[in-house]
Design a protein around this ligand. Structure first.
Ligand code: NAD
Length: 351
């Protein structure tokens, strides 16, 4: 096994991990541990160049620092990437080798499942290190984060409605939901129960049909969702959906949903939404319910769902803070979220 430090400005530690026996090639990045250990998922992706893997892990670990800071969950930001094809390169040995590398960082990096990895893969990592979250409920872990992410988003939609329309009541509001997967489905349940009208889309005809029946939703084709006249557009499928092609099509007052990295260009598209008077709920603030839930596993007394729900109910406060900063500083809400995160990290450095 070979571990090589890569020096990167602004990052506490970046480690290249190679294990000839299992064929593992990976990079772990610890961006910042000012507010706590660096938590971030273990991604497996068939990067064609090592450079691409490094770029990705640096970008993602920095994003986790910001997300954790605003979620106020006592964590820093980190991430790991395994270079490989998750459909054919996975073996228990590969994940056990990765577990040894995680263990060598002594708890400064805590991992979890991510794109290309599963709870089962994490059980192999767990054989070599305890610094793993998101295992099954049976081993005292917090389980599927999606219902918690969805709960935070429902609360975030409500506070955004209050900000934009003067009331947090979603009864009678029209919400367009893009993506009916793990998170989108739970969000539809919350919204339908609260009396909102739903317009939905998904590339899975089965999920669309089921939602029409279960939530009395109106269905539209995947590409038409951007043109739907609605109070809230709720993206729960892909990243970068707010881009040059879509930005002038939105006919909504608010964009608030689960997808990561919704803005194709954070500065430009963030400002354009502001100019169009569309209230944007910063993605990493509104979708932090899953992270908050996982962070509760690290409490000395162990995971407690009630405490987790209580903490998730602070997401609206964080959003209100972003909306306030955006107004005061005349900046986009996306930029305001970054300012809030940076202020919290700076305060952590002083104390
Ligand atoms: P998922 O894979 O379960 O669901 C995504 C859904 O989007 C699927 O049903 C898929 O068919 C649909 N979809 C894909 N392409 C589409 C298209 N072009 N148009 C319409 N629908 C399309 O994923 P998820 O766990 O529900 O997560 C949704 C988003 O939220 C992702 O961007 C994810 O990164 C983000 N997120 C998830 C969590 C969580 O707790 N699961 C937490 C934070 C952020």
């Amino acid at each position: 096994m070979k571990q090589e430090e890569i020096k990167v400005d602004g990052y506490e530690q970046v480690v290249k991990c190679v294990d000839g026996k299992s064929g593992l090639r990976a990079i772990i990045a610890i961006h910042d541990t000012t507010l706590g250990p660096a938590l971030g998922g273990m991604r497996m992706w068939p990067y064609t160049k090592e450079e691409d893997a490094l770029t990705d892990v640096l970008r993602l670990s920095r994003g986790m620092t910001y997300k954790s800071a605003v979620a106020d969950c006592g964590l820093g930001g980190g991430k790991s990437v395994i270079i490989g094809d998750s459909r054919k390169d996975k073996t228990p040995e590969l994940f056990m080798a990765m577990g040894e590398f995680v263990e060598s960082l002594d708890g400064r990096y805590i991992t979890a499942e991510d794109v290309g990895t599963s709870v089962e893969d994490m059980t192999h990592v767990y054989k070599k290190t305890k610094h793993v979250t998101g295992l099954s409920r049976e081993v005292g872990s917090s389980g599927d984060p999606s219902p918690f992410t969805a709960h935070g988003i429902f609360l975030g939609i409500k506070v955004s409605c209050k900000e934009k329309y003067g009331s947090d009541d979603v009864e009678g509001k029209v919400i367009a939901v893009q993506g009916l997967g793990h998170v989108g489905w739970y969000i539809c349940q919350f919204l339908a129960e609260a009396g909102a009208g739903l317009v939905v889309t998904d590339i899975s005809a089965g999920l669309v049909g089921k939602s029409v029946k279960e939530f009395k939703a109106d269905a539209v084709d995947a590409d038409v969702i951007y043109d739907v006249e609605c109070d809230v557009f709720c993206p729960c499928a892909l990243g970068a959906i707010i881009n040059d092609d879509t930005i002038n099509r939105f006919k909504c007052g608010i964009i608030a949903g689960a997808a990561n990295n919704q803005l194709h260009d954070i500065d430009m598209h963030g400002k354009m939404l502001r100019d169009r008077d569309i209230l944007y709920a910063p993605d990493y603030v509104i979708n932090s319910g899953g992270l908050i839930n996982v962070s509760m596993e690290l409490e000395p007394s162990g995971y407690n769902e009630e405490k987790s729900r209580a903490k998730i109910s602070n997401i609206p406060k964080a959003l209100e803070e972003c909306y306030r900063i955006a107004k005061e500083e005349g900046i986009s809400t996306a930029a305001a979220a970054d300012h809030l995160a940076e202020a919290r990290i700076a305060a952590g450095k002083k104390s």
